[in-house]
Design a protein around this ligand. Structure first.
Ligand code: NAD
Length: 423
């Protein structure tokens, strides 16, 4: 029996790989090869706290596959980061980058830390300590990190600074020569005035919104549709605002401290303002306080998990009343819950499609750095829409032709593209 904390996300990823591989004519060795990462890096490093005390931290970088291009994927700072979680996230990045057809492989990293307990100077030393150790295996044409849970543009700036320092040491040995702009392409999700792309911050939410709008058209659904969003960080707050502006009714929102429910709709912008002022979601607007578990089981049309993995499990799958689940978090649904949703005819739009907008604009950012270009917000959003609608259409065609779930369909699409580049 699965239990939320016991589900190993990497096992979920491998189950998904097997389910889709049976529909694609792949050589046996390819499936075998894609069942484990090309390279895993496990790190330990000391960080000086403001008190003068030294603490030791564990870090990870998983480089899953590079057949389609440099490894690409975010860095997560979280107290529960473990190697198998990072492996699963890196695997999903490989699939996702192929679904939206950007020329990247899959990677992911993490540090086992609760960043909320650190001061800004401690966070900077931690980021630089981690970067120093991964510097030899990352680079604009080798492995390109980005922000993920609890990391942001400032952390990417520190990463670039330390990478540049380390490059000076390395280039003395290896003659690596990059321009200032190219050096910045070692990571994405940077602030706009530091080589970041316009539109990157809201890109994941916006990409999910484009996918949802296409789905609503395909299924001929009429607005207003009721939406519940779990998580109100980068991804959750942007998609909640976008759907609310587009005529959906956002009835529930949450953060790690609790949820807020109002069947008549919440004022998303007001919740965001209060959250920015340091309030929790539960304290920020008129409505009923409910638990995070209750939010998932509300009678809504669309449920949007946008927090962490393993929130939809065997324990609650049968209680989910939404008709559509738009997976904005990575890996929110366990394999067993997925089967129940299939049986209960709940349409699950998988993470590798729904949240691929972030890495798509990360690719645009990388491209602009490498080619010394600066695109307008309109250009970025138009290109993002084209990529997301294209990925949705390709997935939907396979879903209909092969009578498989959108998740299996997106994996089929990705595996075909990955296998094409097998050596
Ligand atoms: P974030 O740190 O900005 O926000 C996470 C939010 O989830 C916070 O509001 C936090 O309070 C909330 N949360 C944590 N535990 C919760 C719980 N049990 N119940 C309800 N809320 C909870 O992170 P983010 O960047 O928004 O990422 C969210 C998810 O989206 C992650 O799975 C991440 O991997 C995925 N994702 C992010 C991006 C991106 O561009 N940021 C891209 C693709 C996928």
């Amino acid at each position: 029996m699965e239990n939320m904390s016991q589900v190993n996300p990497f096992q979920t990823a491998l189950t998904q790989l097997k389910a889709a591989a049976s529909y694609v004519e792949l050589d046996e060795w390819v499936v075998d090869f894609l069942s484990a990462p090309e390279r895993t890096v496990q790190l330990r490093f000391p960080v000086k706290m403001d008190s003068g005390e030294i603490k030791i931290f564990n870090g990870f970088r998983v480089q899953y596959n590079s057949w389609r291009g440099p490894y690409k994927g975010g860095i997560r700072f979280h107290p529960q980061v473990v190697m198998d979680e990072v492996k699963a996230l890196a695997f999903w990045m490989m699939i996702k980058n192929a679904v939206v057809d950007v020329p990247f492989g899959g990677g992911k990293g993490g540090v086992e830390v609760d960043p909320k307990q650190l001061s800004q100077t401690e966070l900077e030393r931690l980021t630089k300590g981690f970067t120093r150790l991964i510097a030899p295996v990352i680079g604009p044409e080798m492995d390109v990190p980005a922000p993920d849970v609890n990391t942001n543009g400032q952390i990417m700036v520190w990463l670039v600074e330390e990478y540049e320092n380390q490059l000076k040491v390395q280039s003395a040995k290896f003659k690596v020569e990059y321009t200032k702009n190219e050096i910045k392409a070692v990571t994405t999700g940077k602030p706009v005035d530091f080589g970041g792309s316009l539109g990157r911050e809201e890109a994941t939410g916006m990409g999910g919104f484009f996918v949802l709008e296409e789905l609503v058209k395909k299924l001929n659904l009429q607005k207003p549709l009721k939406v519940a969003v779990q998580g109100f960080g980068n991804v959750g707050s942007h998609i909640a605002r976008l759907v609310s502006d587009a005529g959906y009714t956002v009835v529930a929102l949450s953060d790690s401290k609790g949820s807020l429910y109002n069947p008549n709709g919440l004022d998303v912008k007001e919740v965001k303002r209060r959250k920015d002022d340091g309030k929790t979601v539960g304290e920020s607007s008129p409505g009923e306080r409910i638990t995070n578990e209750e939010l998932l089981e509300l009678p809504v049309d669309i449920l949007i998990p946008a927090a962490l993995e393993n929130v939809l499990t065997l324990g609650n799958a049968d209680k989910i009343r939404a008709k559509i689940i738009l997976e904005m978090a990575n890996g929110p649904t366990t394999a067993e819950a997925d089967e129940i949703f299939h049986k209960n005819e709940i349409m699950v739009i998988p993470d590798v499609l729904a949240n691929a907008g972030g890495v798509t604009v990360s690719y645009f950012e990388w491209y602009q750095n490498m080619n010394n270009e600066k695109w307008t917000l309109e250009e970025v959003n138009a290109k993002l829409k084209e990529k997301m609608v294209g990925a949705f259409e390709n997935t939907w065609t396979i879903h209909e032709e092969k009578h498989v779930s959108p998740r299996v369909a997106s994996y089929i699409l990705a595996l075909r593209r990955i296998a094409e580049k097998a050596p």
